[in-house]
Design a protein around this ligand. Sequence first.
Ligand SMILES: [Mg+2]
Length: 392
Amino acid sequence: MKILAIREVTVPIGAAMSNAAIAFDSMTASALAIVTDRVQNGMPVTGYAFDSIGRYGKGALLRERFIPRLLAASPDSLLDDNGLIDPEACWRAAMANEKDGGHGERPGAIGLLDAALWDARAKLESKPLWRCLADHYPDCATGASPKISLYGSCGHYRPGRTSDVLDALAAEVKRAGDAGYPLVKIKLGGNNIADDAARVEAASRALGGRIAVDANGRLDASIADAWLDRMTQLDVAWVEEPASALDYAALGRYASQARLPIATGENLFSFDDARNLLRYGGLQKERDRVQVDVLLAYGVPEYVRILREYRAAGWAHSAFVPHAGHLFAAHLVAAFGLGMHEAAPDASLPYGGLWDGTAVRDGRTSIPSHEGAGYEAKKNLYAILQPLSSPN
Ligand SMILES: [Mg+2]
């Protein structure tokens, strides 16, 4: 078999919202399709991928470098002993002649290619993606199960007066609670203790439960001690990214003084960075959480390396809570028995919600049995992906 075509389109997904670090007005994302010559159910087997949100599309890197490299490889060199597409062989072909380190945006482009290859591979094996991944990496799959835990992720900053904003925040969090998420994460500014506490209190009241908070790397160091104390008083479930992503010394300081769980890692895009977090970030394996995003960080082969490194240091898979809420991450959580899936509960967005008709109850769901990642079963997302699937 062989790959016939690989197509990428960069789509606008801008929204009038922001977190402590960035606004999303001009945000874009890459949609990708890998079309093969294998026909199943009367259709060419096609692997799809859709970006993680928050880091912009990867079109230039994909079109100029990684897609041509993969298409130029000998088709047989990309197959395994069963004659099926081998995502790890494809990974090595795409990464040929790439220097070590300095990872930049490259991991996100490779991550998208890898995700689409795994979607195709799972379809070729007529398995849901999570089962396919679990079978390929048995040492990581002792906790494999289609039943996963989820938390809701929302509460971005939106334009408006403070009172209106708090009302809107409370309404959004209540909708998430009503949709089956007993644990919800919101954004905080990290620069004003009273303002942030008011957001937590409003959200917590609306939910009737605990709130996790995300400072997006912008906690003001001059108020950090008091801010962390206040978050402890408010009994937040965890504090996410108190320090800038690569400032391990600051993170280590916060992790040692905090009396509540720390979560971080969504902006670390490589094994190298994740290992530095392990070595120098001061995280506590029984308490803290690692949020590396498989799509942004070179895909499954790199994620497996990271999992193995942490496991060797005594970490449990339950400490891994991947960023971003895309469907690929949900399969990863199921395949490797990870702690939780981050879900953006608004299913009206192509990157929000889960597969159409999937119910979430008490923060749990079961991954449906579609072959692959099941992008076809989320209509508003498949409307973006499907046009890329023509074999010509
Ligand atoms: Mg975050």
